[in-house]
Design a binder for this molecule. Sequence first.
Ligand SMILES: NC(=O)c1ccc[n+]([C@@H]2O[C@H](COP(=O)([O-])OP(=O)(O)OC[C@H]3O[C@@H](n4cnc5c(N)ncnc54)[C@H](OP(=O)(O)O)[C@@H]3O)[C@@H](O)[C@H]2O)c1
Length: 386
Amino acid sequence: MRVAVIGSTGYLGEQICNVLSYFPEFEVKVLVANVNGEKLIQQARNFRNPSIYLVNPEANFRAAGDLKESEIEVLKNRDEVKEILLGNSVDGIFFALSGVDWIDLFYDLLITNKTIWMATKEIIVAGSELWKGERDLSQHKNLIALDSEHNALHQLIQGQNKEHIAKIYLTASGGAFYEWQGDLNEITPEMALSHPNWKMGTKITIDSANLINKGLEVIEANCLFRFPYSQIDVLIQRESVIHALIERKDGFIMALLSKPDMRSVILHTLKNVRTSPREEYKLDFTRLHQLHFDYPVPDRFQGFYLAVKVGCLGGGYPAFFCGADEACVQAFLNHRIRFNHIPILLEKTLETTITKPKSVSDVIDIYNQGYKTAKNLIQQRRSLKC
Ligand SMILES: NC(=O)c1ccc[n+]([C@@H]2O[C@H](COP(=O)([O-])OP(=O)(O)OC[C@H]3O[C@@H](n4cnc5c(N)ncnc54)[C@H](OP(=O)(O)O)[C@@H]3O)[C@@H](O)[C@H]2O)c1
């Protein structure tokens, strides 16, 4: 199978490349990143000279210069990338970038027969209004969710009569501050970037620390499985060993357990790969003495409840919220706002009138509007008393 990876240089992208490197039946044809040319070129050299592309024009230009004498082709522009990924030389695409870029490609891919491995929740959430009719994600046979919780849900729901399911549950570790007794004001980016169970990029790690990530995942679950919000719930599962549960109407609950390691999720999603699970991915029951569950506490995790509310509102709200959240996370990482300002600012941004997107370009516009609104509020935040 001939595949491409968008966002190959990130935490998840690297794990995808790592798993793919074990299987010669997967030929990596294209690798795409934003700016990290050095890592991208190194990755290309580890495979059989796939074409590469960097979204940042200077980085792409530099890479083209560095690879003048090489067999690795540097693609010139986005249109060329899209043409190859939508054309006959690629059978499947991994989306492992952060943000909403390439949503246009995702939109176009949905009406092809290509396999789409989807980890980029921002694209699903921001575009939620568009996933209807022939682009209904729940009907798409070749769309594979790479988020561990959604992948687990997919495995649990498969083979069940949907009518017999009362509720689906996504689990959350609770992030770095679940047991934090101090003032949320004192949390620094460095503290928030140390996730207890998963190693991930900066944006998703901050979103996990305040559980906004889990709110986005609830919206993602609604888009992927078409369960109404009233049937989607979230449980804190401190050890990140149970990734999802389904509760049947007859009262039985089924859970999916595995080690918190994205490589086992990636491996599971590779079709036609005949392999026994690697020893290192197996769960060791002797180390698993207790499992802890809880519900997210509303006043501690305001951002989570806000994200779910945004999902229920639908229309342009999810795209707007994603853009505003991006701006808030950047400002927090740059020490311009404090950790607990994020949900306060996000709530304030939602006072804007937001239109319903009808196209991919509307989604991008609304996302940018959310980003700008949050940025403006961050600049005048003293008047907001935060
Ligand atoms: N990490 C996980 O375990 C995990 C699990 C489930 C879902 N996810 C989701 O997967 C996505 C990536 O997460 P991550 O933790 O891997 O983040 P990350 O470490 O920050 O990596 C982001 C990747 O996206 C690339 N990128 C950024 N903007 C891009 C653009 N416009 N076009 C193409 N590539 C672009 C980056 O390239 P540069 O390196 O050049 O900047 C990098 O390769 C997020 O949506 C996250 O929610 C992650």
